[in-house]
Write a protein that binds this ligand. Structure first.
Ligand code: HEM
Length: 451
Protein backbone atom coordinates (compact mmCIF):
# COMPACT_ATOMS: atom_id res chain seq x y z
CA UNK A 1 0.00 0.00 0.00
CA UNK A 2 2.80 2.40 0.99
CA UNK A 3 4.69 1.53 -2.18
CA UNK A 4 1.60 2.33 -4.27
CA UNK A 5 1.14 5.63 -2.46
CA UNK A 6 4.80 6.43 -3.09
CA UNK A 7 4.39 5.66 -6.77
CA UNK A 8 1.28 7.82 -7.06
CA UNK A 9 2.83 10.75 -5.17
CA UNK A 10 5.92 10.44 -7.34
CA UNK A 11 3.89 10.32 -10.52
CA UNK A 12 1.84 13.46 -9.81
CA UNK A 13 4.74 15.93 -10.34
CA UNK A 14 5.84 13.94 -13.38
CA UNK A 15 2.35 14.11 -14.82
CA UNK A 16 2.16 17.84 -14.05
CA UNK A 17 5.51 18.38 -15.76
CA UNK A 18 4.38 16.41 -18.81
CA UNK A 19 1.08 18.28 -19.09
CA UNK A 20 2.84 21.63 -18.75
CA UNK A 21 5.37 20.81 -21.49
CA UNK A 22 3.19 18.62 -23.71
CA UNK A 23 2.25 21.33 -26.26
CA UNK A 24 5.82 22.61 -26.33
CA UNK A 25 7.09 19.11 -27.11
CA UNK A 26 4.28 18.31 -29.57
CA UNK A 27 4.08 21.58 -31.50
CA UNK A 28 7.12 23.73 -30.84
CA UNK A 29 9.97 21.20 -30.71
CA UNK A 30 9.66 19.90 -34.30
CA UNK A 31 9.36 23.46 -35.59
CA UNK A 32 12.39 24.63 -33.61
CA UNK A 33 14.51 22.05 -35.40
CA UNK A 34 13.53 23.36 -38.86
CA UNK A 35 13.94 26.93 -37.62
CA UNK A 36 17.53 26.33 -36.55
CA UNK A 37 18.32 24.89 -40.01
CA UNK A 38 16.85 28.04 -41.61
CA UNK A 39 18.63 30.34 -39.14
CA UNK A 40 15.43 31.79 -37.68
CA UNK A 41 13.70 31.50 -34.31
CA UNK A 42 10.26 30.51 -33.20
CA UNK A 43 8.70 33.53 -31.42
CA UNK A 44 9.08 33.23 -27.63
CA UNK A 45 6.22 32.09 -25.40
CA UNK A 46 4.66 29.04 -23.83
CA UNK A 47 1.94 26.88 -25.32
CA UNK A 48 0.14 25.84 -22.15
CA UNK A 49 -1.68 22.60 -21.48
CA UNK A 50 -2.87 19.97 -24.00
CA UNK A 51 -6.14 20.90 -25.74
CA UNK A 52 -6.74 24.03 -23.61
CA UNK A 53 -3.39 25.70 -24.25
CA UNK A 54 -3.32 29.09 -22.52
CA UNK A 55 -7.10 29.34 -22.27
CA UNK A 56 -7.05 29.52 -18.47
CA UNK A 57 -4.45 32.32 -18.46
CA UNK A 58 -6.51 34.13 -21.08
CA UNK A 59 -9.70 33.77 -18.98
CA UNK A 60 -7.80 34.85 -15.87
CA UNK A 61 -6.90 38.20 -17.43
CA UNK A 62 -10.12 38.73 -19.40
CA UNK A 63 -12.78 37.41 -17.03
CA UNK A 64 -11.36 37.30 -13.50
CA UNK A 65 -8.91 40.23 -13.30
CA UNK A 66 -10.82 42.13 -16.01
CA UNK A 67 -7.54 43.57 -17.25
CA UNK A 68 -7.40 42.07 -20.74
CA UNK A 69 -4.35 44.00 -21.88
CA UNK A 70 -2.29 42.48 -19.08
CA UNK A 71 -2.44 39.19 -21.03
CA UNK A 72 -0.08 40.71 -23.59
CA UNK A 73 1.82 42.99 -21.18
CA UNK A 74 2.73 39.97 -19.04
CA UNK A 75 4.19 38.27 -22.12
CA UNK A 76 6.21 41.35 -22.96
CA UNK A 77 7.60 41.43 -19.41
CA UNK A 78 8.38 37.74 -19.41
CA UNK A 79 9.77 37.19 -22.91
CA UNK A 80 10.85 40.69 -23.98
CA UNK A 81 9.53 42.69 -26.93
CA UNK A 82 11.30 41.12 -29.90
CA UNK A 83 9.16 42.03 -32.90
CA UNK A 84 5.84 41.77 -31.05
CA UNK A 85 5.16 38.08 -31.70
CA UNK A 86 4.59 35.33 -29.12
CA UNK A 87 3.82 31.68 -29.54
CA UNK A 88 0.85 30.21 -27.73
CA UNK A 89 -1.96 27.66 -28.04
CA UNK A 90 -5.42 29.20 -27.95
CA UNK A 91 -8.92 28.43 -29.22
CA UNK A 92 -7.87 24.92 -30.17
CA UNK A 93 -4.79 25.70 -32.32
CA UNK A 94 -1.11 26.48 -32.07
CA UNK A 95 -0.89 30.22 -32.67
CA UNK A 96 1.40 33.18 -33.02
CA UNK A 97 0.09 36.30 -31.33
CA UNK A 98 0.97 39.50 -33.22
CA UNK A 99 0.62 42.69 -31.19
CA UNK A 100 2.81 45.39 -32.77
CA UNK A 101 1.56 47.59 -35.64
CA UNK A 102 4.40 46.65 -38.01
CA UNK A 103 3.91 42.88 -37.77
CA UNK A 104 0.14 43.28 -38.15
CA UNK A 105 0.71 45.40 -41.24
CA UNK A 106 2.98 42.71 -42.66
CA UNK A 107 0.25 40.08 -42.14
CA UNK A 108 -2.51 42.27 -43.61
CA UNK A 109 -0.48 42.81 -46.76
CA UNK A 110 0.60 39.19 -47.29
CA UNK A 111 -2.55 37.72 -48.84
CA UNK A 112 -0.36 35.17 -50.65
CA UNK A 113 0.90 33.80 -47.33
CA UNK A 114 -2.08 34.01 -44.98
CA UNK A 115 -5.75 33.22 -45.36
CA UNK A 116 -8.58 34.33 -43.13
CA UNK A 117 -9.47 31.63 -40.62
CA UNK A 118 -12.22 32.49 -38.15
CA UNK A 119 -12.98 29.87 -35.53
CA UNK A 120 -16.43 28.30 -36.06
CA UNK A 121 -16.79 30.06 -39.41
CA UNK A 122 -19.35 27.46 -40.54
CA UNK A 123 -21.86 29.40 -38.43
CA UNK A 124 -21.57 32.24 -40.94
CA UNK A 125 -21.98 29.89 -43.91
CA UNK A 126 -19.50 28.23 -46.27
CA UNK A 127 -20.09 30.76 -49.06
CA UNK A 128 -20.11 33.87 -46.91
CA UNK A 129 -17.59 36.64 -47.40
CA UNK A 130 -15.80 35.72 -44.18
CA UNK A 131 -15.40 32.05 -45.11
CA UNK A 132 -13.94 32.28 -48.62
CA UNK A 133 -10.51 33.31 -49.82
CA UNK A 134 -8.69 34.39 -52.97
CA UNK A 135 -10.71 35.12 -56.11
CA UNK A 136 -13.98 33.91 -54.58
CA UNK A 137 -13.49 36.44 -51.80
CA UNK A 138 -12.70 39.32 -54.18
CA UNK A 139 -15.86 38.54 -56.19
CA UNK A 140 -18.14 38.35 -53.14
CA UNK A 141 -16.58 41.42 -51.58
CA UNK A 142 -17.38 43.51 -54.63
CA UNK A 143 -21.04 42.43 -54.31
CA UNK A 144 -21.19 43.29 -50.64
CA UNK A 145 -19.32 46.60 -50.96
CA UNK A 146 -21.61 47.62 -53.81
CA UNK A 147 -24.59 46.94 -51.61
CA UNK A 148 -23.41 48.65 -48.41
CA UNK A 149 -20.54 51.01 -49.15
CA UNK A 150 -21.43 53.01 -52.26
CA UNK A 151 -22.50 56.62 -51.63
CA UNK A 152 -26.07 55.96 -52.86
CA UNK A 153 -26.33 52.93 -50.54
CA UNK A 154 -25.00 54.96 -47.59
CA UNK A 155 -27.40 57.81 -48.41
CA UNK A 156 -30.36 55.41 -48.30
CA UNK A 157 -29.05 53.83 -45.11
CA UNK A 158 -28.71 57.25 -43.41
CA UNK A 159 -32.32 58.08 -44.32
CA UNK A 160 -33.65 54.69 -43.23
CA UNK A 161 -32.04 54.38 -39.82
CA UNK A 162 -33.03 57.81 -38.48
CA UNK A 163 -36.78 57.44 -37.86
CA UNK A 164 -36.20 54.30 -35.80
CA UNK A 165 -33.33 55.87 -33.85
CA UNK A 166 -35.30 59.02 -33.08
CA UNK A 167 -38.30 56.94 -31.97
CA UNK A 168 -36.04 54.80 -29.77
CA UNK A 169 -34.51 57.86 -28.08
CA UNK A 170 -37.98 59.24 -27.34
CA UNK A 171 -38.95 55.91 -25.83
CA UNK A 172 -35.80 55.79 -23.66
CA UNK A 173 -36.61 59.28 -22.35
CA UNK A 174 -40.15 58.18 -21.48
CA UNK A 175 -38.80 55.12 -19.65
CA UNK A 176 -36.46 57.37 -17.67
CA UNK A 177 -34.07 54.55 -16.81
CA UNK A 178 -32.65 52.12 -19.38
CA UNK A 179 -29.98 49.46 -19.72
CA UNK A 180 -28.04 50.93 -22.64
CA UNK A 181 -26.84 47.57 -23.98
CA UNK A 182 -30.38 46.15 -24.20
CA UNK A 183 -31.88 49.23 -25.78
CA UNK A 184 -29.10 49.85 -28.31
CA UNK A 185 -29.32 46.19 -29.27
CA UNK A 186 -33.03 46.48 -29.85
CA UNK A 187 -32.82 49.55 -32.05
CA UNK A 188 -29.77 48.18 -33.93
CA UNK A 189 -31.66 45.01 -34.78
CA UNK A 190 -34.70 47.00 -35.87
CA UNK A 191 -32.50 49.05 -38.17
CA UNK A 192 -30.60 46.06 -39.49
CA UNK A 193 -33.86 44.15 -40.00
CA UNK A 194 -35.25 47.04 -42.03
CA UNK A 195 -32.04 47.76 -43.96
CA UNK A 196 -31.15 44.21 -44.83
CA UNK A 197 -34.45 42.39 -45.26
CA UNK A 198 -37.22 44.99 -44.76
CA UNK A 199 -38.45 43.27 -41.59
CA UNK A 200 -40.54 45.45 -39.28
CA UNK A 201 -40.36 45.21 -35.47
CA UNK A 202 -42.52 42.34 -34.22
CA UNK A 203 -42.44 38.68 -33.21
CA UNK A 204 -40.35 37.66 -36.26
CA UNK A 205 -37.55 40.11 -35.41
CA UNK A 206 -37.79 39.17 -31.75
CA UNK A 207 -37.26 35.53 -32.70
CA UNK A 208 -34.26 36.46 -34.88
CA UNK A 209 -32.83 38.42 -31.95
CA UNK A 210 -32.88 35.34 -29.73
CA UNK A 211 -31.42 33.15 -32.47
CA UNK A 212 -28.61 35.61 -33.24
CA UNK A 213 -27.80 35.88 -29.55
CA UNK A 214 -27.13 32.16 -29.37
CA UNK A 215 -25.25 32.16 -32.68
CA UNK A 216 -22.86 34.84 -31.42
CA UNK A 217 -22.31 32.82 -28.22
CA UNK A 218 -21.48 29.75 -30.34
CA UNK A 219 -18.88 31.66 -32.31
CA UNK A 220 -16.88 32.21 -29.14
CA UNK A 221 -17.31 28.64 -27.89
CA UNK A 222 -15.15 25.54 -28.28
CA UNK A 223 -16.29 23.77 -31.48
CA UNK A 224 -17.81 20.77 -29.73
CA UNK A 225 -20.87 19.65 -31.64
CA UNK A 226 -23.08 17.58 -29.35
CA UNK A 227 -26.34 18.39 -27.58
CA UNK A 228 -25.82 20.73 -24.63
CA UNK A 229 -22.84 22.66 -26.03
CA UNK A 230 -23.02 26.34 -27.05
CA UNK A 231 -21.63 25.49 -30.47
CA UNK A 232 -24.29 22.82 -31.11
CA UNK A 233 -27.02 25.24 -30.09
CA UNK A 234 -25.55 27.93 -32.34
CA UNK A 235 -25.64 25.55 -35.33
CA UNK A 236 -29.33 24.81 -34.64
CA UNK A 237 -30.05 28.54 -34.41
CA UNK A 238 -28.23 29.20 -37.67
CA UNK A 239 -30.51 26.65 -39.40
CA UNK A 240 -33.56 28.50 -38.10
CA UNK A 241 -32.25 31.92 -39.16
CA UNK A 242 -31.44 30.48 -42.58
CA UNK A 243 -34.98 29.09 -42.89
CA UNK A 244 -36.49 32.53 -42.12
CA UNK A 245 -34.33 34.28 -44.73
CA UNK A 246 -34.90 31.52 -47.31
CA UNK A 247 -38.66 32.08 -47.14
CA UNK A 248 -37.97 35.77 -47.79
CA UNK A 249 -35.80 35.01 -50.85
CA UNK A 250 -38.48 32.72 -52.30
CA UNK A 251 -41.11 35.42 -51.77
CA UNK A 252 -39.01 37.92 -53.69
CA UNK A 253 -38.59 35.68 -56.71
CA UNK A 254 -42.20 36.39 -57.69
CA UNK A 255 -41.73 40.17 -57.36
CA UNK A 256 -40.46 42.68 -59.96
CA UNK A 257 -36.66 42.50 -60.39
CA UNK A 258 -36.21 46.24 -60.69
CA UNK A 259 -37.08 47.41 -57.19
CA UNK A 260 -34.20 47.59 -54.72
CA UNK A 261 -35.72 48.16 -51.32
CA UNK A 262 -33.03 46.68 -49.07
CA UNK A 263 -29.63 44.97 -48.98
CA UNK A 264 -31.07 41.56 -49.77
CA UNK A 265 -32.47 42.97 -53.04
CA UNK A 266 -29.20 44.79 -53.66
CA UNK A 267 -27.10 41.66 -53.19
CA UNK A 268 -29.51 39.54 -55.26
CA UNK A 269 -29.45 41.88 -58.22
CA UNK A 270 -25.82 42.91 -58.58
CA UNK A 271 -24.00 41.11 -61.40
CA UNK A 272 -20.29 40.35 -61.55
CA UNK A 273 -18.02 41.14 -64.53
CA UNK A 274 -19.31 38.05 -66.35
CA UNK A 275 -22.92 39.12 -65.81
CA UNK A 276 -23.54 36.41 -63.19
CA UNK A 277 -25.61 36.91 -60.07
CA UNK A 278 -25.07 35.24 -56.69
CA UNK A 279 -26.78 31.92 -56.03
CA UNK A 280 -29.54 31.77 -53.39
CA UNK A 281 -27.15 30.05 -50.96
CA UNK A 282 -24.54 32.78 -51.46
CA UNK A 283 -27.17 35.46 -50.87
CA UNK A 284 -28.30 33.68 -47.71
CA UNK A 285 -24.81 33.12 -46.30
CA UNK A 286 -23.82 36.70 -46.96
CA UNK A 287 -26.95 38.25 -45.54
CA UNK A 288 -26.44 36.18 -42.39
CA UNK A 289 -22.75 37.17 -42.22
CA UNK A 290 -23.67 40.84 -42.62
CA UNK A 291 -26.43 40.69 -40.03
CA UNK A 292 -24.11 38.97 -37.54
CA UNK A 293 -21.17 41.28 -38.40
CA UNK A 294 -23.27 44.42 -38.10
CA UNK A 295 -25.51 43.58 -35.19
CA UNK A 296 -23.27 42.99 -32.18
CA UNK A 297 -20.57 45.43 -33.34
CA UNK A 298 -22.93 48.39 -33.85
CA UNK A 299 -24.73 47.61 -30.59
CA UNK A 300 -21.50 47.65 -28.61
CA UNK A 301 -20.15 50.79 -30.28
CA UNK A 302 -23.45 52.62 -29.59
CA UNK A 303 -23.50 51.45 -25.99
CA UNK A 304 -19.93 52.66 -25.38
CA UNK A 305 -20.74 56.04 -26.99
CA UNK A 306 -23.52 56.56 -24.45
CA UNK A 307 -21.22 55.48 -21.63
CA UNK A 308 -18.26 57.67 -22.57
CA UNK A 309 -20.39 60.76 -23.16
CA UNK A 310 -21.91 60.32 -19.71
CA UNK A 311 -18.41 60.06 -18.23
CA UNK A 312 -16.91 62.96 -20.20
CA UNK A 313 -19.29 65.98 -19.99
CA UNK A 314 -16.67 68.24 -21.62
CA UNK A 315 -16.84 66.07 -24.76
CA UNK A 316 -20.64 66.04 -24.69
CA UNK A 317 -20.67 69.85 -24.48
CA UNK A 318 -18.49 70.23 -27.59
CA UNK A 319 -20.55 67.60 -29.38
CA UNK A 320 -23.75 69.46 -28.53
CA UNK A 321 -22.34 72.75 -29.85
CA UNK A 322 -21.46 71.24 -33.22
CA UNK A 323 -24.70 69.31 -33.60
CA UNK A 324 -26.98 72.12 -32.42
CA UNK A 325 -25.70 74.35 -35.20
CA UNK A 326 -26.33 71.60 -37.78
CA UNK A 327 -29.75 70.88 -36.33
CA UNK A 328 -30.75 74.56 -36.53
CA UNK A 329 -30.02 74.62 -40.27
CA UNK A 330 -32.10 71.47 -40.68
CA UNK A 331 -35.09 72.81 -38.80
CA UNK A 332 -35.12 69.63 -36.75
CA UNK A 333 -35.12 67.40 -39.88
CA UNK A 334 -32.95 64.37 -40.51
CA UNK A 335 -29.26 64.71 -41.34
CA UNK A 336 -27.70 63.43 -44.56
CA UNK A 337 -24.33 61.82 -45.29
CA UNK A 338 -23.16 65.23 -46.57
CA UNK A 339 -23.98 66.72 -43.14
CA UNK A 340 -22.13 63.87 -41.48
CA UNK A 341 -18.98 64.51 -43.48
CA UNK A 342 -19.09 68.13 -42.20
CA UNK A 343 -19.53 67.08 -38.55
CA UNK A 344 -15.81 67.16 -37.80
CA UNK A 345 -15.94 66.87 -34.01
CA UNK A 346 -18.74 64.28 -34.10
CA UNK A 347 -16.65 62.10 -36.40
CA UNK A 348 -13.74 62.34 -33.97
CA UNK A 349 -16.04 61.27 -31.13
CA UNK A 350 -17.19 58.32 -33.25
CA UNK A 351 -13.59 57.32 -34.02
CA UNK A 352 -12.52 57.63 -30.39
CA UNK A 353 -15.51 55.55 -29.29
CA UNK A 354 -14.60 52.80 -31.76
CA UNK A 355 -10.95 52.91 -30.62
CA UNK A 356 -11.89 52.60 -26.95
CA UNK A 357 -14.67 50.06 -27.51
CA UNK A 358 -12.36 47.53 -29.20
CA UNK A 359 -15.35 45.65 -30.51
CA UNK A 360 -13.09 43.19 -32.36
CA UNK A 361 -10.41 42.51 -29.76
CA UNK A 362 -8.51 40.25 -32.12
CA UNK A 363 -8.82 38.65 -35.55
CA UNK A 364 -7.42 35.50 -37.11
CA UNK A 365 -5.32 34.41 -40.05
CA UNK A 366 -3.83 31.02 -40.99
CA UNK A 367 -0.27 30.63 -42.31
CA UNK A 368 -0.45 28.68 -45.58
CA UNK A 369 3.34 28.12 -45.61
CA UNK A 370 6.34 28.67 -43.33
CA UNK A 371 6.73 32.44 -43.18
CA UNK A 372 9.77 34.28 -41.85
CA UNK A 373 9.47 37.80 -40.49
CA UNK A 374 12.45 39.73 -39.08
CA UNK A 375 14.27 36.55 -38.04
CA UNK A 376 11.21 34.83 -36.56
CA UNK A 377 9.19 31.99 -38.08
CA UNK A 378 5.43 31.68 -38.33
CA UNK A 379 5.06 27.94 -39.01
CA UNK A 380 2.78 26.60 -41.72
CA UNK A 381 -0.64 25.59 -40.40
CA UNK A 382 -0.44 27.77 -37.29
CA UNK A 383 -2.91 30.55 -36.71
CA UNK A 384 -1.91 34.16 -36.33
CA UNK A 385 -3.98 36.10 -33.82
CA UNK A 386 -3.74 39.79 -34.62
CA UNK A 387 -4.28 41.24 -31.17
CA UNK A 388 -5.91 44.51 -32.29
CA UNK A 389 -7.03 45.80 -28.92
CA UNK A 390 -3.49 45.90 -27.59
CA UNK A 391 -2.52 48.39 -30.33
CA UNK A 392 -5.26 50.75 -29.20
CA UNK A 393 -4.57 50.52 -25.47
CA UNK A 394 -0.78 50.61 -25.67
CA UNK A 395 0.68 53.96 -24.49
CA UNK A 396 3.46 53.55 -27.06
CA UNK A 397 0.80 54.06 -29.75
CA UNK A 398 -1.71 56.41 -28.07
CA UNK A 399 -0.93 58.95 -25.34
CA UNK A 400 -2.87 58.20 -22.16
CA UNK A 401 -4.73 55.47 -24.08
CA UNK A 402 -7.52 54.83 -21.58
CA UNK A 403 -8.59 58.49 -21.58
CA UNK A 404 -11.51 59.21 -23.92
CA UNK A 405 -10.09 62.12 -25.86
CA UNK A 406 -11.60 62.83 -29.32
CA UNK A 407 -9.12 65.72 -29.74
CA UNK A 408 -6.31 63.20 -30.14
CA UNK A 409 -7.71 62.78 -33.66
CA UNK A 410 -6.72 66.35 -34.58
CA UNK A 411 -3.48 64.98 -35.95
CA UNK A 412 -1.36 63.07 -33.48
CA UNK A 413 -2.58 59.51 -34.13
CA UNK A 414 -0.17 57.04 -35.75
CA UNK A 415 -2.35 55.69 -38.59
CA UNK A 416 -0.62 52.30 -38.62
CA UNK A 417 -1.47 51.74 -34.95
CA UNK A 418 -5.20 52.17 -35.56
CA UNK A 419 -6.52 48.86 -36.85
CA UNK A 420 -10.01 48.64 -35.34
CA UNK A 421 -11.49 47.54 -38.66
CA UNK A 422 -8.66 45.14 -39.53
CA UNK A 423 -6.77 45.80 -42.72
CA UNK A 424 -5.68 44.87 -46.22
CA UNK A 425 -8.11 43.15 -48.55
CA UNK A 426 -10.18 42.07 -45.54
CA UNK A 427 -10.77 45.43 -43.96
CA UNK A 428 -14.27 45.57 -42.45
CA UNK A 429 -16.83 45.76 -45.25
CA UNK A 430 -19.24 47.64 -42.98
CA UNK A 431 -16.80 50.26 -41.61
CA UNK A 432 -18.51 53.23 -43.31
CA UNK A 433 -21.91 51.95 -42.33
CA UNK A 434 -20.79 51.60 -38.71
CA UNK A 435 -19.28 55.10 -38.64
CA UNK A 436 -22.39 56.67 -40.18
CA UNK A 437 -24.77 54.92 -37.79
CA UNK A 438 -22.69 56.03 -34.84
CA UNK A 439 -22.54 59.66 -36.06
CA UNK A 440 -26.34 59.66 -36.50
CA UNK A 441 -26.84 58.36 -32.97
CA UNK A 442 -24.41 60.96 -31.58
CA UNK A 443 -26.26 63.71 -33.43
CA UNK A 444 -29.78 62.90 -32.22
CA UNK A 445 -28.64 61.98 -28.72
CA UNK A 446 -26.63 65.16 -28.19
CA UNK A 447 -29.16 67.64 -29.59
CA UNK A 448 -32.16 66.24 -27.78
CA UNK A 449 -31.20 64.65 -24.48
CA UNK A 450 -29.35 64.80 -21.16
CA UNK A 451 -28.38 61.66 -19.26
C1 HEM B 1 -17.81 49.39 -34.84
C2 HEM B 1 -18.24 48.49 -35.66
C3 HEM B 1 -17.40 47.45 -36.34
C4 HEM B 1 -16.11 47.03 -36.08
C5 HEM B 1 -15.17 47.51 -34.99
C6 HEM B 1 -15.80 46.01 -37.06
C7 HEM B 1 -14.59 45.33 -37.13
C8 HEM B 1 -14.28 44.39 -38.09
C9 HEM B 1 -13.02 43.69 -38.16
C10 HEM B 1 -11.86 43.88 -37.20
C11 HEM B 1 -13.08 42.85 -39.22
C12 HEM B 1 -12.01 41.85 -39.66
C13 HEM B 1 -11.09 42.46 -40.72
C14 HEM B 1 -9.92 41.54 -41.04
O1 HEM B 1 -10.02 40.31 -40.88
O2 HEM B 1 -8.88 42.08 -41.43
C15 HEM B 1 -14.37 43.01 -39.84
C16 HEM B 1 -14.78 42.34 -40.96
C17 HEM B 1 -16.04 42.45 -41.48
N1 HEM B 1 -17.05 43.27 -41.03
FE1 HEM B 1 -16.95 44.60 -39.52
N2 HEM B 1 -16.87 45.83 -37.88
C18 HEM B 1 -17.88 46.69 -37.49
C19 HEM B 1 -19.11 46.85 -38.08
C20 HEM B 1 -19.56 46.14 -39.15
C21 HEM B 1 -20.84 46.31 -39.78
C22 HEM B 1 -21.90 47.34 -39.35
C23 HEM B 1 -20.92 45.40 -40.79
C24 HEM B 1 -22.02 45.11 -41.77
C25 HEM B 1 -23.16 45.55 -41.78
C26 HEM B 1 -19.68 44.66 -40.83
C27 HEM B 1 -19.39 43.66 -41.70
C28 HEM B 1 -18.16 43.04 -41.81
C29 HEM B 1 -17.85 42.05 -42.83
C30 HEM B 1 -18.79 41.51 -43.89
C31 HEM B 1 -16.51 41.68 -42.63
C32 HEM B 1 -15.70 40.67 -43.42
C33 HEM B 1 -14.89 41.38 -44.52
C34 HEM B 1 -14.07 40.45 -45.39
O3 HEM B 1 -13.67 39.37 -44.93
O4 HEM B 1 -13.80 40.84 -46.54
N3 HEM B 1 -18.88 45.14 -39.80
N4 HEM B 1 -15.09 43.95 -39.12
Amino acid sequence: MEAWLGWILGLIPLLGWLLWWWNEIWYALPVKRSCSIAGVKLPPGHMGFPFFGELFTFLWYFKILRRPDEFISSKRRKYGDGVGMYRTHLFGSPCIIACFPSVNKFVFRADDKFILEWPNVDLMGATSLVAVNGKAHARLRSFVLNAINRPDALRRIAALVQPRLVAALELWAQKGRIVAYHETKKVTLENIGKLFVSFEPGPQLHKIDRLLHDMVKGMRAQPLNFPGTAYHRALQCRKKVEAIFRVEIEKRKSQSEETVTDLMDGIRQIKDEEGKKLSDQEVLDNIIALVVGGYESTTLASMWAIYYLAKYPNVLKKLQEENMSISQNKNGGFITIEDISNMKYTNKVAEETIRMANVAAFIFRLATKDIDYEGYRIPKGWKVILWLRYLHTNPENFDDPLCFNPDRWNESVKPVAYQVFGGGSRICAGNMLARIQLAILLHHLSVGYKW
